[in-house]
Design a protein around this ligand. Sequence first.
Ligand code: GRF
Length: 213
Amino acid sequence: MKAVVLISGRGSNMESLLKAGLPVEFACVISNRPDAKGLEIAAGLCVPTAVVDHKRYHGREAFDAALAAEIDRHAPDLVILAGFMRVLTEGFVRRYEGRLINIHPALLPAFPGLHTHARALAAGVRVHGCTVHFVTPEVDVGPIIVQAAVPVLPDDDEASLSARVLEQEHRIFPMAVAWFAEGRLRVRADATVLVDGASGAMAALISPPPDEA
Ligand code: GRF
C-alpha cells in the first residue's frame, strides 16, 4: 500500500507514522509551508519530500489543484493529513474520499476547528483527547475511526494538556493507518466505521477517579 502524508509544521504525527513499521510505502511527504520542520525529519528518514506553497496560488481552487497534481504523481492508496492546516475544497475532498484521513486534537464531535485544548480547558471538561477520522467536505465531521481519551487535570494548562493528547495521537494514528492498510475499515451507510476484528472493551476512564481508585 502506498501513502502520501500532508503536513504544515512540526511533523510529530508524521514522524510517528514513518517510524511505526507499518506495511505502507510512504511515497512522499508534502508540505504547504517550505519551512515546515517535518520536511527535515522526513528527509532524515529517507522519505521523499515536496512543497506546494499555498502562498504561490490565488485561491483555494488553484492551490488544491496543484496539491492534487503533486499527490497524484505518486498514485497513493491513502492520503494522510497529519497536522495539515489548510481547509480543503469540496472537489479535492471528493477526489480522495474514502482514502483521505485526518487526525484532530479533540474528541469529535466536541471541539472541531482550532484551539481545541484552550477550548476544552475553558469548558471545564474532565476528559479530552484525539480522533482519527475519514475526511468529508465539512471540516472535522467525517466518519470516526479511532479515538483516545485522556483526563484533564486540575493544574493543566494548554501546554500540559496538548502534550498529554499528543502522546495519544502518536499511538492512534499508526493504529488507524495499519487498519486501513489491512483492509479492516468499513464505513457503514450511517457513516459510522466498523473496524474488523477490533472488539476488546477497556476499563472506563473516569475523571476525576472514584475515591477508592
Ligand atoms: C496535532 O495536534 C494534530 O492533531 C493537529 O495539528 C497538530 C500537528 O502536530 N491537526 P504535528 O505537526 O503532527 O507535530
